[in-house]
Design a protein around this ligand. Structure first.
Ligand code: IPD
Ligand code: CA
Length: 373
């Protein structure tokens, strides 16, 4: 059986693992929601509609609107897209009350509170679907770039939940693209979601995959949460409010010697890009303690935020890979940027403590890490 057609039948690794039971890592996020242990989200029925594991996935071909292939979508997909598009014409709550429309964004800790609640339920769904066995996968950009039924179901759930909580906001998701255009005018909020970061790990039953959800106001990420679907570890941050896990404020590594630094990276799905990335990593590895490629960019950034990795870099990240983890890393003291004064983005993301940034940057610039395909 091909990898893309691989069955996600239940395997020992984390089938039936209840993150609430195994990690003991569930305090309220800083200034956010209450004890999630009160209700075990892994046992709650979160998707009441048709079980998406029994429906075939749609392929990304044909005319697209709002990031979704309407021509190929089945009825439930089309309903979902219509719902997203209807957001363009949705009446904001403030207007319904007959008051002047208020476009000012709420405080970032309020956005974080929503993000955490939504991400926890989303992670519970991903966990449940994996334990039940997800049998349907399709491919996206290349044959190794897979999407499972869970990626789509989780993103739908997140969009639904955000729509209930904040109907006027925009959403950008990895699987369904932009929902309802962009936030209209100053103070507009856009949510950025990767329903499952580390999809290949999810496919193989490896416990390194996460839900990543961030809130952006006027183009700046102000709140973010990354939650490991398997272990329940959860990282949060607000702009200017610090990064936290398990109630502890996070600080990045204090390592100052690149030669002693454990550096994570990742590879894209395009073979030509991978060849370039492999050349870069081959030249870099003699200059660092070691390299890690664990398979979920958002989690790599979170581990760097708490010094479990010293630094991280990668070419080709999308907004949903970077948004929440990038804020968490920044708030933990890492410098998060591109090469040669550019901001972090698709060309390259370098996240390193201040003392390591320049030497790592120098190697990556020499190696043309942001070049190539
Ligand atoms: C991928 C993971 C991986 C990174 C890739 C990403 P996905 O996201 O974060 O670690 O190297 O660049 O595309 O496809 O699992 O959501
Ligand atoms: Ca993903």
């Amino acid at each position: 059986m091909s990898r893309a057609g691989r069955s996600l039948a239940v395997r020992g690794a984390w089938a039936g693992v209840n993150c609430n039971a195994v990690c003991g890592d569930h305090p309220a996020p800083h200034g956010a929601v209450g004890d999630p242990g009160a209700v075990d989200p892994t046992t709650r029925p979160l998707i009441r509609a048709t079980d998406p594991t029994t429906r075939p996935l749609i392929r990304a071909t044909g005319p697209r609107r709002a990031g979704v292939d309407l021509a190929a979508a089945d009825a439930a997909d089309v309903d979902f897209v219509r719902m997203i598009l209807a957001r363009d014409t949705a009446t904001p709550q403030s207007c319904r009350k007959g008051t002047k429309m208020d476009r000012s964004a709420p405080p970032s800790h309020d956005l974080l509170e929503i993000a955490v609640e939504v991400a926890r339920e989303a992670a519970a769904t991903a966990h449940r679907m994996r334990a039940e066995g997800v049998s349907t996968v399709a491919t996206k950009s290349t044959v190794t770039d897979v999407v499972t039924a869970a990626d789509r179901a989780v993103e739908r759930q997140v969009v639904d939940a955000l729509r209930r909580a904040r109907p006027a906001d925009a959403v950008l998701g990895e699987e369904y693209g932009p929902g309802g255009g962009g936030p209209a005018g100053p103070g507009g909020v856009r949510w950025i979601v990767d329903p499952i970061d580390g999809t290949v790990n999810y496919l193989y039953g490896l416990p390194y995959c996460a839900v990543s959800l961030a809130a952006e106001v006027d183009g700046e990420v102000v709140a973010g949460v990354v939650r490991n679907v398997v272990t329940g570890e959860e990282w949060t941050a607000t702009a200017g409010g610090g990064a936290h896990r398990a109630g502890t404020r996070l600080r990045c590594s204090t390592e100052t010697d690149l030669g002693q630094a454990l550096v994570a990276t990742g590879f894209g799905y395009d073979p030509a890009r991978r060849a370039h990335q492999a050349r870069v990593v081959a030249e870099l590895i003699p200059h660092v303690r070691d390299i890690r490629r664990m398979g979920a960019a958002s989690l790599d950034l979170c581990l760097a935020a708490e010094g479990r990795l010293d630094a991280y870099y990668e070419k080709g990240l999308a907004a949903w890979d970077l948004a929440a983890g990038g804020l968490i890393a920044t708030e933990a003291g890492l410098r998060v940027a591109g090469l040669r004064g550019r901001p972090a983005g698709p060309d390259l993301v370098v996240a390193a403590p201040p003392a390591l940034f320049e030497p790592l940057h120098a190697h990556l610039a020499d190696l043309d890490a942001d070049g190539g395909p």
